[in-house]
Ligand binder design. Structure first.
Ligand SMILES: [Zn+2]
Length: 165
């Protein structure tokens, strides 16, 4: 087995969906640490729990761990999704709302954790940040005023599921 010891690369910049950004525990590797964003590459653990944060950001399974551990978050939750995965479902959003009682934002990241699209305050899809083309983009101007086209999120599927349940 070869163990490579190398300096951590600088990583992607975490951009919180809310401005001004709160202190955030980022529960994923591949991010650059900033004054407001503390990075926990191993995910949720005792170290992350001791960090005084207002917001938590990470992949779905990490945010679920935070919810199950019963940790409070005052400001917001940011859930990372990746290419080839589905977006956050209405059911997951609802369970996070029940667990944390704070707004939930989805951020769609590339494979190097770069931000591709981000959900805004209007929660009406994910605004494209850069260089992403998709036939299914929503081009109407969003209620938040941002004119960047949006990735729609499984609204139709979720509505159907709600009708059938
Ligand atoms: Zn918007």
């Amino acid at each position: 087995m070869v163990v490579r010891i190398c300096r951590p690369s600088k990583g992607a910049h975490f951009i919180h969906p809310v401005d001004p950004a709160p202190r955030t525990a980022v529960l994923a590797a591949g991010f650059q640490e900033t004054k407001l964003a503390r990075v926990f590459p191993l995910g949720w653990n005792g170290r992350a729990a001791r960090f005084s944060r207002s917001s938590v950001a990470g992949p779905l399974e990490q945010v679920l761990r935070v919810a199950r551990a019963g940790w409070r978050v005052e400001h917001s939750i940011v859930v990372f999704t990746y290419p080839g995965e589905r977006g956050l479902s209405a059911r997951e959003r609802e369970s996070f709302w029940k667990a944390f009682e704070v707004p939930v934002f989805e951020q769609y990241l590339g494979l190097n954790s770069e931000l591709l699209a981000t959900e805004c305050d209007a929660h009406a899809g994910l605004h494209i940040v850069s260089g992403y083309e998709d036939l299914d983009l929503e081009h109407d101007v969003c209620a938040c005023g941002n004119q960047a086209p949006r990735l729609t999120r499984g609204a139709r599927i979720d509505e159907l599921a709600a009708l059938l349940s």
